[in-house]
Design a binder for this molecule. Structure first.
Ligand code: GLV
Length: 321
């Protein structure tokens, strides 16, 4: 049986697959797999291990002749047409849990960087522009007693709440259902989205991307934000209507933003580059050595399980057997 992997992955998950007798083909090199290569290589594959940057749409899925599992090396799976895969009895899997702490840590790093203007300070040092201590040099804002609004209180949102509580922040959140764990452990309160936007000093997005969450922060509701609000996004770029965020940052309608994800990745709206009050990272939420190796291993285990007739560890759809 053949497994096609769209990119060389940390931790060499192919070793485990080869040991179990599978033939593994890997798209190598720096350049991402092209649509043509993807169609060609996956046509006769029994399993596909892919990245969040690979668009596995209905057309690609239609071309899969034998595939039984698509293992996405990411927790988000908006790059895959789940409906089309389910119709073809293909299990789709993701990599939840193991990346929760890494992503929550990076969220806090962005939050601190935006609140304390760390990249601005770094740019000043590198430009040799530091002329000595001044009482008003690069004043930021404190986290203690500030209200953190978490949009999406799932695994990552909850881990961020835990960290933020240690910084003395008060937590409110919005979600489709109550999260008793953060209610009790972090003393958090669930509120409607508009209340969260109005009350929060810092808003952090931890939502999966789908039809209902696309542009959940948009030109209409961004007006509700406090003048000193900070926006953090480590989920998916399309959750925020970027044009409106740029306008709000440019016109100083809000204080700052910290972003790890963008609407048109890997392209960046050039307007962001002109702004001092935004911290920009290249989608590295889960990018620790440990986590990336664990993500690749989990994808391989999911493939192994399905091809051996067992249950996937982390499926995102159900099929009729
Ligand atoms: C990263 O963005 C992921 O979904 O794992």
């Amino acid at each position: 049986m053949k497994v096609f992997i769209t990119k060389e992955l940390p931790g060499n998950p192919e070793k485990m697959l080869r040991k179990n007798g599978f033939k593994v083909t890997i798209h190598k090199g720096n350049r991402p797999v092209s649509r043509r290569e993807l169609i060609k290589e996956s046509a006769d594959a029994d399993a596909l291990i892919c990245l969040l940057t690979d668009k596995i749409d209905r057309e690609i899925i239609a071309g899969l002749k034998k595939c039984r599992v698509i293992a996405n090396v990411a927790v988000g799976f908006n790059n895959i047409d789940i409906g089309a895969a389910t119709e073809k009895n293909i299990i789709v899997t993701n990599t939840p849990d193991i990346l929760t702490d890494a992503t929550a840590d990076l969220t806090m790093a962005l939050l601190l960087a935006a609140a304390r203007r760390i990249p601005e300070g770094e740019r000043m040092m590198r430009a040799n522009a530091f002329k000595g201590w001044k009482p008003d040099l690069l004043l930021g804002v404190e986290l203690k007693n500030k209200i953190l609004g978490i949009a999406g209180a799932g695994r990552i949102g909850s881990a961020v709440a835990q960290r933020a509580k240690a910084f003395g922040m008060k937590i409110i959140y919005t979600d489709h259902k109550q999260n008793p764990v953060i209610d009790i452990e972090e003393g958090a309160e669930m509120v409607p989205l508009n209340t969260l936007l109005k009350k929060s000093d810092i808003i952090s997005f931890h939502l999966p991307l789908n039809q209902t969450t696309r542009h959940i922060l948009n030109c209409a509701n961004i007006k509700h934000l406090k003048r000193n609000a900070i926006i953090i996004n480590t989920s998916r770029g399309e959750i925020i209507e970027e044009e409106c965020l740029i306008k709000a940052l440019k016109e100083k309608k809000i204080l700052a933003a910290g972003l790890d994800v963008y609407e048109n990745e890997p392209e960046i709206n050039k307007e962001f580059l002109k702004l001092e009050n935004v911290v920009l990272l290249p989608h590295i939420g889960s990018a620790t050595r440990e986590t990336r190796a664990n993500m690749a291993s989990l994808a391989a285990v999911n493939v192994l399980n399905i091809l051996k007739g067992k249950e996937a560890q982390t499926p995102v759809n159900r099929i009729n057997n």
